[in-house]
Design a protein. Structure first.
Length: 129
């Protein structure tokens, strides 16, 4: 058993429905039946989109039928509970960036050459300002 008590979609009651009979409400109910994080809900919605697209591509469904996830909106939470979210708006100072750079070049490069260079590239490309 996994730590979130999730079961496979294939073992769920929803798997008894034929994909052609899958309605948006079925997907909404599946997404909201448990307490799930925003990102998990988005992944579940995307998974249903992938399954639907695969069925259309393989000819199991007519291509003119509307994707049932199209009008399902996953709302962002107003309060973020993820522990890592506290760093979303933090920025390194110039002195901190310089210290990180020197540490990567002088101390870490021999033991972790690829990781060090990748992090150096990350520092100079301006991904995070």
């Amino acid at each position: 058993k996994n730590r979130t008590s999730e079961i496979s979609l294939y073992d769920h009651e929803l798997s008894k429905h034929l994909i052609e009979h899958l309605e948006p409400q079925h997907i909404r109910d599946y997404i909201n039946e448990k307490e799930r994080s925003y990102s998990v809900k988005r992944v579940i919605k995307r998974m249903f989109t992938y399954i639907w697209s695969y069925a259309v591509e393989k000819g199991y469904l007519p291509g003119d039928k509307l994707i049932p996830t199209k009008n399902i909106i996953i709302k962002r939470p107003t309060k973020i509970t993820n522990k890592g979210a506290q760093y979303n708006n933090k920025r390194f100072t110039e002195q901190q960036l310089e210290a990180i750079w020197l540490n990567l070049i002088q101390k870490r490069q021999e033991k972790f050459p690829f990781s060090s260079m990748a992090l150096c590239l990350y520092l100079v490309t301006g991904v995070r300002e």
